[in-house]
Design a protein around this ligand. Structure first.
Ligand SMILES: [Zn+2]
Length: 421
């Protein structure tokens, strides 16, 4: 008789909806895409509210995300090597970061009555965990985006994280059934699939009501359409679009969800959860191929969208028109559905900082206008670690490195938090 697989109890998508599902016991060390948690393995099947439960939530979400993307990363290695270190609880902040050395998660105080023990752990939300590993996946698929000096590259990294959370959620059978029922089969509707990070969103909203969407951290079911981020404000309340990467990421994520929602109908006359699973794999493959094919250009959204349309042609005849229609409606692609050509910029470019003690820095993977706006926003926001540049109350995402007589701008991490405690 076959032995039943070992199971662990975990949150389905986030602690806030409170839905527990039983999932296969995750093996962090399994390759491809192995990872290593910085905590000792607890007994299986721990109760919610315990450290053991939180461990399994994170481990299962990480394994599920790694398994989702593994077919798209044939070498089976991360950008940083064979094993991705994960720090589950590194200190107080409503935050999570990826820095090419590890995924790191933090904890913060919960608003009264929203979490047991009065604390919220970023690593207890599968949405947040899957988002964070999405940064490591994208960094492996397309390392050049790390240094790219444009609003769209930074925002696309955040969008890919949220898309990872959505696609990873769809690998859970119970979630597929529930979301079909909740949306009546219209998957682009606001649902527990589109609402990412409900618990963390509520905690941040309690302190800063405008900082996050009204029902979660970021909702992929939104009406935002593309605008040139150089023409958007650097910051804005969550109800409006800004050039800030998490805010601007919502445009691409919404387009992806809308396209994904149309795919099950291409695959089955009466879409069921099996068609939804197949749709998630099809869209994963198209996106991964497009990320590899798209040039790293200031109009990265349009370039990836165009590359998705192109990559879809070989996979299903109905997919290119579906994608082109969604991307055109979102104004990511022009109505004729062709991305504008890429103006080839120099590999390294001197860009003014707007900062008095440091007139200019060198940046990589840049085009002049986009880099100027991006670098100015980094310095204005205090995101660059450099002598004389005051911190803006947020983590420094970039640092300067002397190279001969020049200062070169380098990314040091992706900061996924929206609030500094
Ligand atoms: Zn992020």
């Amino acid at each position: 008789m076959a032995r039943a697989p070992a199971l662990v109890d975990v949150w389905e998508t986030d602690p806030a909806p409170g839905v527990v599902v039983a999932r296969p016991l995750p093996d962090a060390a399994r390759r491809p895409l192995a990872f290593r948690l910085d905590h000792r393995k607890p007994p299986a099947r721990c109760a919610p509210g315990t450290p053991g439960f939180r461990y399994w939530v994170a481990a299962e979400a990480l394994r599920r995300t790694a398994d989702l993307w593994a077919p798209c990363l044939p070498g089976g290695l991360w950008r940083l090597g064979p094993v991705l270190p994960v720090k589950l609880n590194a200190g107080e902040a409503f935050n999570a970061i990826y820095n090419r050395e590890a995924l790191t998660f933090f904890h913060g105080p919960a608003p009264p009555g929203t979490a047991p023990h009065g604390t919220i752990y970023a690593s207890e939300s599968p949405d947040i965990v899957c988002h964070e590993m999405g940064h490591a996946v994208l960094d492996t698929l397309k390392p050049a985006l790390w240094q790219a000096a444009s609003h769209e590259a930074a925002a696309f990294h955040e969008s890919f994280g949220d898309i990872s959370a959505i696609l990873a959620a769809l690998q859970v059978p119970e979630l597929r059934v529930a979301v079909l029922a909740e949306t009546g089969g219209e998957l682009a509707r606001n649902s527990r699939l589109s609402r990412l990070g409900e618990q963390m969103g509520a905690a941040i909203r309690a302190r800063a009501p405008d900082a996050v969407d009204r029902d979660c951290l970021r909702n992929a079911a939104n009406d935002f359409t593309y605008r040139d981020p150089l023409l958007l404000p650097a910051k804005a309340p969550a109800a409006e679009l800004s050039a800030e990467p998490h805010s601007f990421s919502r445009v691409f994520t919404a387009a992806f969800l809308e396209a994904l929602a149309g795919v099950p109908r291409l695959l089955a006359p009466a879409p069921d959860e099996a068609a939804l699973l197949a749709a998630s794999h099809l869209m994963r493959d198209v996106l991964a191929q497009a990320v590899r094919d798209a040039p790293v250009a200031p109009n990265l959204y349009a370039q990836v969208a165009q590359a998705m349309v192109n990559a879809a042609a070989a996979r299903h005849p109905g997919l290119p028109p579906l994608l082109a229609g969604v991307f055109a409606r979102r104004a990511i692609l022009p109505p004729e559905g062709v991305a504008s050509p890429v103006a080839a910029g120099p590999a390294v470019l001197a860009v003014p900082t707007g900062h008095p003690s440091l007139p200019s820095v060198l940046v990589h993977e840049a085009a002049p206008e986009a880099a100027r706006g991006f670098v100015a926003a980094l310095f204005e926001g205090g995101r660059v670690e450099a002598a004389g540049v005051p911190a803006g109350g947020r983590l420094r995402t970039h640092r300067l490195q002397a190279d001969g007589g020049d200062m070169v701008l380098h990314r040091c991490l992706f900061d996924c938090g929206l609030m500094h405690l």
